[in-house]
Design a protein around this ligand. Structure first.
Ligand SMILES: Cc1cc2nc3c(=O)[nH]c(=O)nc-3n(C[C@H](O)[C@H](O)[C@H](O)COP(=O)(O)O)c2cc1C
Length: 160
């Protein structure tokens, strides 16, 4: 399937998770377009896609950073919002900001899109085998779930 992975990253943590997710999905044979969100890319997202994966760092008190808000607004006003079941979200954050705010942007995005998939949370830069396994497991799970949906409802896929 064709996947658009759009991520926002200030200092590289979320970029690294995006890189691992992208590599994993490509290993499974999916076509992945991985873009860091900014004004230039936001205008260029009208391509057909089977899945939208969003990756985001979290700003002050659980907030979504401005560049991701802008991307979502452009998607909303342009190509339109994909069906909720085709959207999955991951994020990086730090628990030192408080558990209620941890990876808050990722959770806000998942709620906004109505994503039924689990939100992947990684603390800061992913490191070690455990984080890699967690990321692979998440990527495998969401791609299988979205792929199953695609096969179950091909008419909707072609319409969308
Ligand atoms: C100003 C500022 C506010 C932050 N607030 C939160 C927060 O509320 N919750 C959280 O989980 N992380 C918070 N963080 C931590 C970042 O989200 C975290 O370091 C993240 O991994 C950065 O990702 P990036 O390297 O992709 O930019 C904050 C970081 C900064 C700089």
């Amino acid at each position: 399937m064709h996947v658009l992975l759009a991520y926002a990253s200030l200092s590289g943590n979320t970029r690294e998770v995006a890189r691992i997710v992208t590599a994993r999905l490509r290993m499974h044979g999916h076509v992945v377009r991985c873009v860091e969100v900014d004004g230039a890319h936001a205008a260029d997202i009208g391509q057909p896609r089977d899945a939208l994966l969003l990756g985001c760092w979290t700003d002050n008190a659980g907030r979504t950073p401005a560049e991701m808000k802008q991307f979502v607004a452009t998607l909303h006003d342009g190509p339109g919002m994909p069906p909720a079941a085709r959207v999955a979200v991951f994020g990086t954050g730090e628990t030192q900001w408080g558990q209620e705010y941890y990876c808050g942007a990722a959770h806000r995005l998942a709620r906004f899109f109505g994503s039924p998939h689990p939100v992947l949370e990684i603390e800061q830069m992913p490191h070690g085998d455990a984080d890699t396994r967690t990321i692979h497991h998440w990527a495998d799970h969401v791609s299988a779930a979205i792929e199953a949906l695609r096969h179950a409802d091909p008419a909707r896929h072609h319409a969308g």
